[in-house]
Design a protein around this ligand. Structure first.
Ligand code: GTP
Length: 355
């Protein structure tokens, strides 16, 4: 089976992490985020994947080449971003399957433990044009929602509203009949969510929902990105791509964690990163060469490559860009983001937020 992986977005909500690295390539539990998706796709029977690239397109082929995690890879780039629907149409040029074959389409920023073969079975049994994975959430008002009838057929694609009619939302994994992709206009910016699905439903095409609420997370925000990485390390979602066994922390080769430090709750400590004695690092992502000095506390945060936290500093839900430095005694909380290379002198900040 073939798949298309949508990886061309700018990942603007994750800046500054995505300034130098596209979201799907951000290190997550020790490997590029996409590695987890490739491994899961392979386990679901996918043999070939076409990457639909746009933002920093060249970095994907450099990272994965022509084969990874048991899957053959091809790359199709957009000169201008075509949106989710336009990207699917564009990437379909590189598919080799027949017109009636199912094609799996994956958003490149979703961690999901759902049963992909079961979704494909629903698609085949119904003879559907498209079958969407739908997941149930506690607060659907933050999402568009997708009601289905008793047979599982999607009846509408509704925009965000304060009074959602169902708690089922689009989970960003679709099975398309190959020929249904050709209904998307060519070389145009198209949103699959706002245009393609509503127009397929309006035209009477069979659009099915496969409802399953196994582990599911959209890692598009800093908070969700950190949570996804920690969940993988803790084993809340199994991934054969993770370079180590699940546990309280993942320490990569060449990292140094002092026996006098507390590092847990799914933290990853990257290659060459250092955590000194008396430091506490909880539920965080330390990328390669990051440094946490003695007595510092880091929680729910990302320290990008070479970022440094001085003695006694406190970081709570903070993002440090590449090489950013927090001097001793600072206390940063609540979503603050330091851009690459920024250096905060000692005790410059007691508490701040980007809100
Ligand atoms: P934000 O800028 O933070 O909203 O993130 P994003 O750019 O990734 O957008 P969004 O989360 O809505 O995208 C969902 C998926 O579609 C992601 O895997 C994106 O990489 C991908 N995507 C979004 N727009 C495009 C596009 O124009 N072309 C391609 N090839 N992929 C896209």
């Amino acid at each position: 089976m073939e798949a298309i992986l949508l990886v061309g977005g700018q990942g603007s909500r994750l800046r500054p992490l995505t300034i130098s690295t596209p979201k799907p390539l951000l290190p997550t539990a020790g490997v590029a985020f996409l590695a987890h998706q490739l491994a899961r796709a392979h386990a679901a029977g996918v043999q070939r994947i076409v990457f639909a690239t746009s933002y920093r397109a060249e970095m994907f082929e450099a990272a994965f080449g022509t084969r990874a995690h048991g899957v053959e890879l091809a790359y199709v780039s957009e000169d201008e971003p075509l949106g989710t629907g336009g990207a699917i149409r564009n990437a379909a040029r590189a598919l080799t399957c027949g017109p009636d074959d199912p094609v799996l389409i994956l958003n490149g920023d979703i961690l999901s433990g759902h049963d992909v073969p079961a979704q494909i079975k629903v698609h085949k049994d119904a003879g559907a044009a498209v079958t969407l994975h739908l997941t149930e959430v506690d607060d659907p008002s933050r999402f568009g929602c997708v009601p289905t009838d008793a047979s599982g057929r999607v009846t509408a694609f509704l925009e965000k509203t304060s009074h959602p009619v169902t708690n089922q939302i689009n989970a960003g994994c679709y099975v398309f009949r190959r020929s249904a992709i050709d209904t998307i206009p060519e070389d145009e910016v198209v949103s699959v969510e706002r245009e393609t699905f509503p127009s397929l439903i309006a035209s009477g095409a069979v659009v099915m929902g496969y409802v399953e609420s196994e582990y599911w997370l959209d890692v598009g925000t800093p908070e969700a990105f950190v949570r996804g990485s920690c969940d993988l390390v803790l084993g809340r979602l199994a991934s054969s791509a993770m370079p180590g066994e699940p546990g309280e922390r993942l320490t990569l080769a060449g990292a140094s964690v002092s026996p006098g430090a507390v590092v847990r709750d799914g933290t990853t400590v990257g290659r060459g990163a250092v955590v000194e004695a008396g430091a506490t690092v909880l539920g965080s992502v330390l990328l390669d060469e990051a440094f946490v000095a003695e007595g510092a506390t880091v929680r729910g945060s990302v320290l990008s490559r070479g970022a440094r936290v001085g003695p006694g500093a406190v970081l709570d839900e903070v993002i440090l860009g590449d090489g950013a430095v927090v001097g001793p005694g600072n206390e940063l909380r609540g979503g603050l983001r330091l851009w690459p290379g920024i250096e905060l002198p000692p005790t410059a900040v007691r508490f701040s937020s980007d809100a």
